[in-house]
Design a protein around this ligand. Structure first.
Ligand code: ATP
Ligand code: SF4
Ligand code: MG
Length: 323
């Protein structure tokens, strides 16, 4: 039986946009009503172009910012209700891996300091066992004990990301929020870190909220995908189904412009994504994707499509849902 670990319910985060000369510039709808649920040992991926709200979802989940409305639930409980020991336990259960491993490591702290700090904060093992535990965790990410007294600048990008993963793992989390964890790494290193994340998922029964704009990675790693556009999920499907037949025109164009999906000699099904993403301060009327949609038709610039189930997946498009 799968257990729900993390749930997002109608999650919204609006910011006050700054206009010229510091004047109020309107409401920026960074996250505009997002629902998903991640079960035990499952990977849910959020994909979408820059600025669509992916990292804002991550920050809401981590309780670094409070939602404008809606809720994040951890095993059925609103994370905003957590205080004291319950909040501490939540901070332990949900860990983050960021895009830039260099920026997220303190340059003046050794590997030992970095990984032992969470052990101390969360009283994971007695102090006299710290060294053994740190060596053990380093082993799980493929680093040897000789790295213990080294500083971040002495490592390659891939090794630094391994240190960040080790730090996240040190407290035995239940879910890891990974915000573009591969995009700062050399392509040759990305596959190694990706395989490490998959290995750890199997060994430790981890779940991931995996944020990426790289569809090849998402295809490889995730069980389900939410495709985001201007703060909303426009298609939510099982990964295999989404990649074998995208329903939403935005998903279609995203897939068509992803490099690896074009096998040699195969023509792309759609032209690559054209035009700029509109500003989340002035979201287009009707379907927010209509100004860029190659399939738009009569109702698209007037009527907002509903996000409904169609043929076993959720999609917001008039082509799939009656309006
Ligand atoms: N603290 C903030 N104040 C005002 N606007 C913000 C704030 N944080 C994010 N935004 C805006 O919210 C929108 C979503 O940003 P977010 O960082 O979540 O996007 P993203 O999908 O992670 O993009 P990327 O792929 O570039 O990382 C953007 O328009 C961004 O400028
Ligand atoms: S509702 Fe219309 S504009 Fe929006 S994605 Fe569907 S076809 Fe395109
Ligand atoms: Mg981001």
């Amino acid at each position: 039986m799968s257990r729900e670990i993390l749930t997002s319910e109608s999650l919204r985060k609006y910011f006050e946009a700054k206009g010229p000369l510091g004047r109020a510039g309107g409401t920026l709808r960074a996250v505009d009503g997002i629902d998903f649920s991640i079960s035990d040992n499952r990977v849910f991926a959020l994909v979408g172009e820059s600025g669509c709200g992916k990292s804002t979802v991550a920050r809401l989940v981590l309780r670094l910012i409070a939602p404008t409305s809606g809720r994040v639930l951890f095993k059925g409980k609103d994370v905003l209700s957590f205080a004291g020991d319950e909040l501490k336990a939540y901070r332990k259960s949900v860990q983050i891996i960021f895009q830039d491993p260099f920026a997220s490591l303190n340059p003046r702290r050794t590997v030992y300091d970095t990984i032992s700090e969470p052990l101390l904060i969360h009283s994971i093992v007695p102090k006299n066992r710290f060294r053994d535990r740190v060596v053990e965790i380093l082993g799980t990410v493929g680093l040897g004990p000789e790295t213990l007294n080294r500083y971040p600048h002495e490592f390659s990008g891939g090794q630094r990301q391994r240190i960040c993963i080790a730090r996240a793992l040190s407290v035995s989390p239940e879910i890891i929020v990974a915000d573009e964890p591969l995009s700062a790494l050399d392509v040759s290193i990305q596959a190694q870190i990706l395989n490490l994340l998959i290995d750890l998922k199997e060994k430790s029964r981890l779940s991931y909220l995996f944020i990426s704009h790289d569809l090849r990675v998402v295809h490889y790693l995730s069980d389900e995908v939410g495709v985001m556009y201007l703060g909303r999920i426009v298609e939510h499907a099982k990964t295999e189904e989404l990649f074998s037949k995208p329903f939403h025109p935005y998903t279609e164009v995203l897939l068509a412009s992803a490099p690896k999906l074009k096998t040699e000699g195969e023509r792309v099904r759609q032209a690559p994504l054209k035009g700029e993403v509109p500003s989340p301060v002035s979201i287009p009327p009707g379907c927010p994707f209509h100004p860029r949609c190659p399939r738009r038709f009569a109702p698209c610039d007037r009527i907002v499509p509903r996000f409904l189930e169609s043929h076993g997946r959720l999609v917001s498009c008039h082509l799939w849902n009656p309006y």
